[in-house]
Design a protein around this ligand. Sequence first.
Ligand code: NAP
Length: 509
Amino acid sequence: MSTSNGNGAARTPRVAIIGAGMSGIGMACKLRMAGIESFHIYEKWNGLGGTWHANTYPGLHCDVPSRNYQYRFAPNPNWSHVFSPGREIWAYLDKVATDFDLKGRMSFNTEVAEATWDEDRHVWTLTTKAGDVSEWDFIVTACGGLVETRTPHIPGMEDFQGALFHSAEWDHRVPLKGKRVACIGTGSTGMQITKGLADVAGEFELYQRTPQWILPLPNRRYSRLTKWAMRTFPEQLEPLFFRGHQLATEGTFGVAVVQPGWQRTMLSWMCRKHLQWGVKDPDLRRRLTPTDQPMCKRLVMGTGFYKLFRRPNVNLVDTGIDHIEARGIVTKDGVLHEQDVIVMATGFNAHAFVRPMELTGLNGVKLSDAWGEREPYGYRSVAVPGFPNVFMLIGPHSPFGNQSLFTISETQADFAMGCIQRWRDRELEWMTPTAEATERFNEEMKAALPNTIWTTGCKSWYIGKDGLPSVWPWKASHHREILRQPDPADWVIARPGEREEERTPEPVA
Ligand code: NAP
């Protein structure tokens, strides 16, 4: 891409950010740091924080180390734990939004319904569900990956007389102390809820359809001395901790999931030994033993889970659920398990991405049509061909899994910032990846998939409707490398004042 700036004075980009979660807040901070004030954040929920706003279940914490689960530009010296509780992460996001004076730029309870590209004026017209209309030069989607809750319909569930809710829609009015609580689902959420409620509930039953491997990662409290040192020497210590955790995380999980090798062998061994040493009762151990390989499903991490089953009030139920009735859950063996509360820790539709918001791009093509026939796809996780000046944070193919979404979305936000700054300097009018480059990228992804652990035969939310995992199949460092700057050959770049026929390469569609 040209670096010349001979087309006149800098102009002011107007940027609409959709979503006030971790990635939207990060993007807004980066705009502020670049001196760009003309942005607004639209948020459909009634507060900021995204997943940390929605998820408030007992036991909630993050199993990615806090020193990496924060913005590089806003380190928090006061994290209480190596893996911090959810409320603390929400408070951190709230503080960053306050420190960067973002709250006045956020509209809550404001869902964006659609945005349409004006091919003559090169602007996006955005319409909220309430009917408000505004114009923007750029749209940054920061809508999150695990937002749309997935609540399976179990026959009779509407007859249940107690409280029943999804883990991400926790009803805090419902008393739990001494109550009979059932949790359906044994993913990361189900495991954390079990730990959070074992002490509280009178009887707690965990309903397991598929056993999960658990990596034993102890959660250490940071000492007062460490916090003091982080406050006193942030410039020396924060990069050190960040790099240390990054090397540990990306160098082990990050590699183990994408290629066979010692990392995969070591982590698998740790999961197997954790189960073997943690569960003495052979029958219970057999019931808790997965048939798939560790990490094929998103790895559950933590310690102290297995020993909970030694408590008299905690039970594993692995007989299938037949139906729910007024008093509780009836399992396939005909036994009625009476309950006061049923929690559906049954996960999310991880393939909704930007939708249901509708984007209409070049030649009137709608995003729902572009993605309709196939799994949501994009170019290098940041853009979709035919949708000029739209950048996605945590879009399709992002390196999900056990990586830090802060690091991933910062990489994507930096990429978007580079393009926005070039627009500001009049080096481009709009840009969108070519269809050819996007297809090539998707083919490269498919070619890399057989090396990954996700194709070894398990059912997980990574798998799309084409039956293939739609996750970044390379190391996280590759994500940073190929998003350092746009590869000009892969983009349609319209320059200010340029006629359409002068444009190279060929426009999409
Ligand atoms: P999940 O991993 O998708 O697990 C859903 C669970 O519900 C599975 O055990 C699934 O069983 C079970 N289930 C679904 N439908 C069922 C049915 N009809 N009957 C019985 N069981 C059913 O969801 P999640 O635990 O909410 O986690 C989703 C993702 O959120 C995680 O993978 C992770 O990326 C993220 N998360 C992160 C953290 C963190 O600390 N960073 C914490 C929580 C969540 P099957 O396995 O048989 O399908």
